[in-house]
Write a protein that binds this ligand. Structure first.
Ligand code: R5P
Length: 293
């Protein structure tokens, strides 16, 4: 296997290359003065199995197109298998037509990647597992929940209550994984979001958090409203310190300000979305998975 980095975050591919002890394929990317993308393979990949590393954070459409260029080029030039590692799989929240006339973006992305030549896909903490059903190629979801909780434990967070800020199946599973890795307990809250206004309402619920640290574990922080609501409930019930660990820190619309106002000690995310809080690499997650196969 060889590793090919897309331009969305080369450091992630370098970390995977170190974990797997496999060098990166030499490539060239650039943008022309008018903004158009240029991609060139600088060595032959004929007959190779390639791991293409390209997360799809904002600007999502740009990163998707770059991935399609890389897939098509490698396919045309004779790669044997093209394994895509996209820890943040953009558009996974638009998994169906919620309002009439909407584009089912996650399905369109699946079709586009397959047509371009992807033969396998790995992602991390996908918002909705059902999205993977749109793929006809093998498509797998991994989790960063255990890496995230280990980050907090290493920083001195003690016997935290792990909290899922909503009661969806995937959120509960992530909280369970994190709690197990920390040897502690977990609980969850229930939230509703107005599909038109985006307003988030989280129901009050008594949690075993008085005098304890709490770590909110979620897949995504977008506006920060979900985590901020959960943090306020935890603080009100006497939590000592509240932390937030997310896989994909999108941080839209002053999310960090909103989280600070809610009294959160620290927000941490992974390198699926490079940015001010992405302190955890997902490289060991995909490396472990590939080594185990
Ligand atoms: C929702 O179901 C997700 O798991 C996240 O909780 C949500 O996407 C976070 O969005 P926001 O930060 O805007 O509340």
């Amino acid at each position: 296997m060889r590793i090919l980095s897309g331009p969305s975050f080369v450091k992630l591919a370098e970390n995977i290359s170190v974990e797997l002890k496999i060098p990166l394929v030499k490539v060239q990317f650039k943008r022309f003065p008018d903004g158009e993308f240029y991609f060139r393979l600088l060595e032959s990949i004929e007959g190779e199995v390639l791991l293409i590393v390209q997360s799809l954070p904002p600007p999502q459409d740009q990163h998707i197109l770059e991935l399609i260029y890389m897939l098509e080029t490698c396919r045309e030039l004779g790669a044997r298998r093209l394994i895509v590692y996209a820890p943040y799989l953009a558009y996974s929240r638009q998994d169906r037509r919620y309002l009439s006339g909407e584009a089912v973006s996650s399905k369109i992305l699946a079709q586009s990647l397959e047509r371009a030549g992807a033969s396998e896909l790995y992602t991390v903490d996908i918002h909705n597992l059902g999205v993977l059903d749109y793929y006809h190629i093998p498509a797998y979801n991994l989790t960063a929940a255990d890496e995230i909780i280990r980050y907090f434990l290493a920083k001195g967070v003690e016997r935290p209550l792990v909290v899922a800020p909503d009661d969806e199946e995937a959120a509960l599973k992530r909280a369970e994984v994190a709690a197990k890795a920390a040897g502690t307990d977990y609980d969850w809250l229930e939230k509703q979001r107005d599909r038109y206004t985006g307003e988030i309402v989280t129901a009050e619920k008594t949690l075993n958090v008085s005098g304890r640290d709490a770590v909110i574990i979620d897949d995504i922080i977008s506006t920060g409203g979900t985590a901020a609501n959960a943090a306020r409930i935890l603080k009100k019930q006497g939590a000592r310190r509240v932390y937030v660990g997310v896989t994909h820190a999108l941080l839209a619309e002053n999310a960090l300000g909103r989280l600070r106002e809610a009294g959160i000690e620290e927000v941490v995310g992974t390198d699926s979305i490079p940015g001010p809080v992405s302190k955890i690499t997902t490289a060991p997650i995909i490396a472990r998975k590939l080594k185990s196969m």
